[in-house]
Design a protein around this ligand. Structure first.
Ligand code: SF4
Ligand code: SF4
Length: 331
C-alpha cells in the first residue's frame, strides 16, 4: 500500500519572515505561502489551498515533487492525523533592525551589522495589517495560538506593543518573545503578570567589558536592570537567560561563575546553555572538533546551576552536540 506522510509543522506552523511567508523554520525551505512578501494584497483562497496541496504530495508517489522531501520532520501519517484549516503556531520575524550588534548574529547578512538606535518600522512589511487579515480569514486558532516573536529586536520595532495588543484582542494562548532586553517593555510585564509569556534574553556574560565585546554596545547595565524588574513581576518564572559560548570571549570558567551567581542574585529561574552556531550548525564536528574545554564549561555551569537551584536547559541542537561530541553518550 502507498505510504502517506505527515508533518506537524506543516499542519500547525505559519512563519512570517522578512523575505517570505512560509510553513516552517525547520532549516529546510518547505511550502511557501508568499515569496518576497512586501505587504501586497493576498489572494486568500489561493493561500488557504497551499497547505492541503502540500499535504497531497506527501506520499510515495508524489514525494519527489514536494519541497519537504528528505526533511527529518516527516513521519508516517496516522489515521487520526487531520489537516487543520488553522495555524496554532505563528513565527514572527519580519524585520532585522536591532539596537545592538552581536558578533554571532544570524541576521548579520541582512542587517549588514548596522545598529539602529531609534524605533523603526520593519524594512520589509508591517505585521499588523497581515495579522488582521489572518484573523479575518479564520486562519489562526484563537484559543490555542502560540505566538513566537523573534526579530531583529523588539526594542526597536515600532509595532511591537500594538502587535501584542492586537493578539490579545483577537485571541492568543501564549507568547514566546526573544529580546536583547536593552529596552524595558511594559507590555512584557503585563504578559508576565498574566503568566502567558516565555521571555528569553541572551546576556551571555556577567561584566560590561565582555558584554561590549559580544554586543558592540555599552548596554550591560540596562539589560541587567530590566531583567531585575521583570524577575520581580512573577518571582522569576517565565524568564530564560541564555549564555551563548563564544570562543576567546566568554569561554572561561570565571565568566560562567560570575554569570550564574548574577542570575541567582536577581532570581532568574532558568538558564539556557548554548554553543555558538559556528560549531552547532555550520561546522562538521567530525572534522572540526569542538574546543576540548567546552566540556568543562558545560559541566561547570551544570554543577553551579544545581547548587543554586537554577534550571539549566539546552536547545535541541546544543543538546545533541553535547551528548554526541562532549559526553559521548549518543552514537
Ligand atoms: S516536512 Fe520539513 S520542510 Fe516540510 S513543512 Fe515539515 S518541517 Fe517544513
Ligand atoms: S540581539 Fe539578536 S538581532 Fe540583535 S544583534 Fe543580537 S542576535 Fe542579532
Amino acid at each position: 500500500m502507498m505510504k502517506q506522510y505527515f508533518c506537524d509543522e506543516l499542519n500547525n506552523v505559519l512563519s512570517c519572515f522578512h523575505d517570505r511567508i512560509m510553513s516552517c523554520c525547520s532549516g529546510q525551505i518547505g511550502p511557501i505561502y508568499y515569496e518576497g512578501y512586501r505587504g501586497q494584497k493576498i489572494d486568500w483562497d489561493n493561500f488557504k489551498q497551499i497547505k492541503p496541496n502540500a499535504f497531497s504530495l506527501l506520499n510515495d508517489e508524489n514525494i519527489d515533487k514536494s519541497p519537504c522531501k528528505g526533511c527529518f520532520f516527516l513521519r508516517e501519517r496516522k489515521p487520526e492525523d487531520v489537516i487543520s484549516p488553522t495555524f496554532k503556531f505563528l513565527n514572527i520575524s519580519h524585520w532585522t533592525h536591532c539596537n545592538c550588534g552581536c558578533i554571532y548574529c544570524a541576521r548579520m547578512s541582512h542587517s549588514k551589522g548596522q545598529i539602529t538606535y531609534k524605533s523603526a518600522k520593519s524594512e520589509y512589511y508591517d505585521m499588523i495589517p497581515l495579522l488582521k487579515q489572518l484573523y479575518k480569514h479564520d486562519l489562526l486558532d484563537r484559543k490555542n495560538l502560540i505566538v513566537n516573536i523573534q526579530g531583529g529586536d523588539i526594542s526597536v520595532l515600532k509595532e511591537f506593543e500594538p502587535m501584542v495588543k492586537e493578539f490579545l484582542k483577537n485571541g492568543a494562548f501564549k507568547f514566546y518573545i526573544l529580546s536583547n532586553n536593552i529596552k524595558y517593555q511594559p507590555i512584557i510585564e503585563k504578559l508576565l503578570k498574566k503568566g502567558i509569556v516565555d521571555f528569553t534574553t541572551s546576556l551571555d556574560c556577567a561584566t560590561p567589558e565582555v558584554y561590549y565585546k559580544l554586543k558592540r554596545v555599552d548596554k550591560f547595565k540596562d539589560s541587567v536592570e530590566n531583567l531585575k524588574r521583570y524577575t520581580k513581576v512573577n518571582a522569576g518564572f517565565g524568564i530564560t537567560v541564555k549564555y551563548i559560548v563564544i570562543e576567546h570571549i566568554n569561554d572561561n570558567i570565571e565568566e560562567i561563575t560570575k554569570f550564574v551567581n548574577l542570575m541567582s542574585d536577581i532570581n532568574v529561574k532558568t538558564i539556557e546553555f548554548m554553543i555558538d552556531n559556528k560549531y552547532v550548525i555550520f561546522a562538521n564536528l567530525d572534522e572540526t572538533p569542538l574546543p576540548s574545554h567546552y566540556k568543562d564549561l558545560y559541566l561547570h555551569m551544570k554543577n553551579l546551576c544545581e547548587e543554586k537551584g537554577i534550571n539549566l536547559i539546552l536547545w535541541s541542537k546544543t543538546e545533541y552536540v553535547i551528548n554526541k561530541y562532549m559526553l559521548n553518550t549518543d552514537d
